[in-house]
Design a protein around this ligand. Structure first.
Ligand code: NDP
Ligand code: HSE
Length: 451
């Protein structure tokens, strides 16, 4: 069939906020270029948004605007439903209803897929429809495509990334401009980077949603957000950011998924670390220099080695770029058999892995510890003795004058360790904390060389 004979793909958009608005604009602006690539036109013919007045201002006469998203799903002329509402509630119901109605679905909703992905992908498989979600991880960076297709020859060993633009923006602005946390968060919200509930960003939940999706695609395991370790940046202190810099490290909120073949698990097949937390990264690494709302993802594959993907991780048009790319994929595959498509999670559904997500105690990293201690003889020897008893090897010990000292001679000790288990480190910390010469709660941060 010639290109002229293919009718345009008709798209129904649910939610025309930051990303929905960008999607409409990009599709309109690059309509002709996109048609030449897709082999057929892609047209948003119907838009649902609670605020119909605002939606009409964005789309003009180009599409029908309705308040009820279900009217879009019920329209037999719509081929693809694009869900850009967000959250686990109404978005889940609408996505499942769209699938049940036989529509292909595009979504940027990482929260929905990280938590309910298994159910959604099963429903989509049953109906033979596509669920595409490039925009759900790292905004405009085509990391899903890279992992699912470009790196498909590899056994992936680990994936680590700055995958939340809001927190990276906050950390950069606080460090470079000395601005307060709350001020920078407000700016991130104004720029359209933050989630509807920004605690998802600052408490690490959004990055953990994305890390969960990456782990599933990298290792062929089901999405298991409930097993992910999640820590954000709200407890991070300026003191530790400063000490880390003095030691040649930068603190970044990283989402990490790492395959571990060395660990004993009941099934005897190793496991996967799945964690999101502030991390010290050597300043000489490229990823340590990713600033503002930019994202970067490192993937280590056995054949390719380390690859890095960098770009805008949030915002209207960067995210729309990924949404539209999914629409082009669907336009090309509209008439193809489901078996000819790339599987949702990169691996064929009957070939998923049973690799378990490891409990945090079994995670292996190196550590940064900061201890406020009495400045007297024998203190350091006791601390290093406790670490040695746990088999923890020390990389460096640095003493710093404490910033504010209320009474007596006190000092800050910073200890960098070599790799050890989280469980072993926690036992050592408990023993050190019990010493009368340790005067404040010990600060523990994880450190990754990412070599
Ligand atoms: P916005 O809040 O800007 O847009 C959501 C839109 O959906 C709003 O216009 C809202 O209307 C509308 N809406 C809410 N409920 C309904 C409903 N029941 N029916 C129809 N419309 C509804 O969010 P974003 O565009 O920022 O985010 C959308 C999705 O994209 C989320 O899943 C988010 O996580 C994801 N994402 C966002 C990125 C970003 O940079 N912003 C980047 C990557 C992914 P109203 O305002 O009137 O409530
Ligand atoms: N709130 C998210 C972020 C949007 O800041 O990265 C992109 O997923």
């Amino acid at each position: 069939m010639s290109q002229e004979q293919l009718r345009p793909v008709r798209v129904g958009l649910l939610g025309i906020g930051t990303v929905g608005g960008g999607t409409f604009t990009v599709l309109k602006r690059n309509q002709e270029e996109i048609r030449r690539r897709a082999g057929r036109g892609i047209e948003i013919t119907m838009v649902a948004d609670l605020n119909t007045e605002l939606a009409k201002k964005v789309v003009g006469d180009a599409a029908q605007v309705v308040a009820d998203a279900r009217a879009v799903i019920a329209n037999p002329d719509i081929d693809v439903v694009v869900e850009l509402i967000g959250g686990y509630g109404v978005a889940k119901a609408l996505v499942l209803e769209a699938i049940a109605a036989g529509k292909h679905v595009v979504t940027a909703n990482k929260a929905l897929l990280a938590v309910h992905g298994t159910e959604i992908f099963a429903a989509a498989r049953e109906k033979g429809v596509i669920v595409a979600f490039e925009a759900a991880v790292a905004g405009g960076i085509p990391i899903i495509k890279a992992l699912r297709e470009g790196l498909t020859a590899n056994q992936v060993q680990w994936v680590a990334g700055i995958i939340n633009g809001t927190t990276n923006f906050i950390l950069s602005e606080m460090r470079d401009k000395g601005l307060d946390f709350d001020v920078v968060l407000k700016e991130a919200q104004r720029l359209g980077y933050a989630e509807a509930d920004p605690t998802f960003d600052i408490e690490g939940v959004d990055a953990a949603h994305k890390a969960t999706l990456l782990s599933a695609i990298a290792f062929g395991i089901p999405v298991q957000f409930d097993k992910a370790h999640v820590e954000g940046i709200t407890k991070l202190s300026a003191t530790d950011i400063k000490y880390a810099e003095q030691l040649g490290y930068r603190i970044k909120l990283l989402g990490i998924a790492r395959r571990r073949d060395d660990v004993k698990t009941p099934a005897g097949i190793g496991g996967v670390e799945l964690r999101t937390h502030p991390t010290l990264v050597p300043m000489k690494r490229l990823i340590a220099n990713v600033e503002g709302a930019m994202n970067a993802v490192l993937v280590q594959g056995d054949a390719v080695g380390t690859t890095m993907y960098y770009g805008k991780g949030a915002g209207s048009e960067p995210t729309a770029s990924a949404v539209v790319a999914d629409l082009v994929d669907i336009a090309r595959l509209l008439d193809a058999a489901p078996a000819a498509r790339v599987p949702y999670l990169a691996f064929q559904p009957d070939s998923m892995s049973a690799l378990p997500v490891l409990p945090l105690d079994q995670v292996v990293t190196s550590f940064y510890l900061r201890l406020r201690v009495a400045d007297k003889a024998g203190v350091l020897a006791k601390l290093t003795g406790i670490l040695a008893d746990q088999g923890i090897s020390i990389d460096a010990v640095i003493q710093r004058e404490a910033d504010e000292v209320s009474e007596g001679n006190q000092t800050d000790l910073i200890i960098l360790t070599h790799e050890t288990t989280e469980g072993g480190m926690n036992q050592a910390i408990a023993a050190m904390q019990a010493l009368p010469t340790v005067l404040a709660p010990i600060v523990k941060l994880r450190k990754e060389e990412l070599a």
